[in-house]
Design a protein around this ligand. Structure first.
Ligand SMILES: [Zn+2]
Length: 305
């Protein structure tokens, strides 16, 4: 016999309740009856949050290798039977955590106009760390947004991933779809990107040098020039995905100038590449051979930009 017990980990602030566990299943025989367990878990949305009185919002986030090309997936079931799907790219530099958080943030926006005082809203997510962060007051903006939802009650319910809950599977697929959409370099629109590149070039001859590069070399030079790159300073200060902006050498923040001009880790390679002192301007905006030297240097340092 399978018994559902009340969730032991529920915290309530205002009209928002956060459940960081699912009702436990106590079976007469053993907890390990996987089929029964999976089946029971799959019943949670319908039993705890019946579709007639709850807007059920499934969210999921994903990122390639947990660091790049993030995507947020949102799948919503309304009591009137209406369904809503959203797949959103969350950036070239994106952690799983960030993607999950963005998914909930976007979802709050999506349902805000459709919720009202006569209906309840539940967000169902497998992002335990995000729910814990809200519980611990670490995401004050999102917490405020949740409190601002006009609803009878608002709940956040953790659910395990890959347990047969259809809405969760839909959100998972949508997150992957979002991650595949054009990221970051294309979020900068084409005309804006053209403006940036053109303004960075100083003479027509130099403009040509950039266009003579192979596509991967262009990408490297573009990232070094704009500072929109995977060096620690940008990842920390702008993307907020790593805890420190410092270079592994420990002497300065890691950015384009530090990497190309100063980092002592790469001093030998630098002397080899540029036997005589060379300005940053020359390395980033010089003729095609100068730019190729720069991309080769970066490649040989093993640094991902
Ligand atoms: Zn360094």
């Amino acid at each position: 016999m399978v018994i559902l017990t009340a969730s032991p980990c529920a915290e309530k602030t205002g009209n928002v309740t956060i459940h960081t566990s699912v009702p436990q299943i106590t079976a007469k025989n053993e907890q390990s009856d996987l089929v029964k367990k999976t089946f029971t878990i799959s019943m949670i949305p319908e039993e705890q949050y019946p579709s007639t009185s709850w807007i059920r919002v499934y969210t999921d986030g994903s990122a390639k290798n947990a660091t790049t090309e993030g995507g947020a997936g949102i799948y919503i079931e309304y009591p009137n039977g209406e369904k809503q799907s959203e797949a959103i790219p969350t950036g070239l530099h994106c952690s799983n955590y960030k993607a999950e958080e963005e998914a909930i943030t976007h979802a709050v926006c999506s349902i805000r106009d459709k919720a009202n005082k006569t209906i309840s809203v539940v967000f169902l997510t497998d992002a335990l760390s995000v729910l814990q962060a809200i519980n611990n007051g670490k995401l004050p903006e999102l917490e405020q947004d949740l409190h601002n939802i006009e609803s009878l009650q608002t709940a956040l319910q953790w659910i395990p991933s890959h347990c047969g809950i259809k809405g969760n599977e839909n959100a998972d697929l949508l997150a992957k779809e979002g991650a595949k959409q054009q990221q970051y370099e294309n979020q900068v629109g084409f005309s804006e990107m053209k403006t940036i590149i053109t303004s960075l070039h100083r003479t027509p001859q130099q403009q040509d040098s950039y266009h003579q590069l192979a596509r991967p070399e262009q990408t490297t030079i573009f990232r070094l020039r704009t500072g929109q790159n995977r060096l620690n300073q940008h990842l920390h200060r702008v993307m907020k995905v790593i805890p420190s902006p410092m270079c592994p050498c420990g002497e300065a923040e890691q950015n384009t100038e530090h990497l190309l001009q100063h980092c002592r880790i790469h001093q030998a390679l630098r002397n080899n590449t540029w036997p005589t002192p060379t300005t940053l301007q020359e390395k980033l905006y010089g003729p095609v051979e100068a730019l190729q030297k720069t991309t080769r240097f970066v490649e040989e340092t093993g640094t991902q930009v």
